[in-house]
Ligand binder design. Sequence first.
Ligand code: SAM
Length: 229
Amino acid sequence: QLSKRLELVSLYIQPGARLADIGSDHAYLPCALAQKNLIEWAVAGEVVKGPYNKAKQEVSYRKLENQIEVRFGDGLEVIHSDDRIDTITICGMGGALIRDILQRGINNKILSRKEKLILQPNVGEKTLRTFLMNNHYKIINEEILAENDKIYEIIVAIPTDETIQYSELELTFGPFLLMNSSSIFKLKWSRELEKLLYIKEELKKSKEVDSMKENRLNREINQIMEMIK
Ligand code: SAM
């Protein structure tokens, strides 16, 4: 049984996909898909020995060695060109880490620029969207969900030749998420607002004056207030 978060990620993987799940940990996502015959083949990549061993165990316990290969390595370097990967999932990490993994994939020419990306950053969504925009990726869908009192975002992107331009608001809040403005979206940003208001109070109490920081904070606070009103 997949978590609600990974279940939602799985819905964006085309049946018959050749998947690379990077930072796969227990390999639950590729295992669930392979068991339902929803993927042709997958590589599960891990850079840490513990999770790598867990993934190996899970795949062999479920007897899925023919459909899933667990490989040890950093980011996208576990992908070989003859794997013919068409879909990449990178879930449960910070947005900056996901960005760095993708950037290295571009630098090392591992990304063939045909792969669909399904990304689930835990934080740093704006950093990731900015990277996608600057590297000719178009966001084609987004999800926001709550599970175990945490709120998660999912970003689905495909390569494009078009020049992509997102506004500051779209980069911060997500082009699809801000249009839908769901109750979970509002909950996420009201929590964020609370945090920023607390920082503002603390800043007021301290003797240091940093007007740049204060201005930035006020701008962020106003943006969020405008978004959730
Ligand atoms: N993807 C799973 C999920 O969403 O439930 C597991 C998420 S887990 C919190 C993050 C995993 O990413 C860890 O197992 C960690 O070892 C792995 N990881 C972190 N940096 C990585 C990298 N550069 N390459 C491959 N795996 C990485």
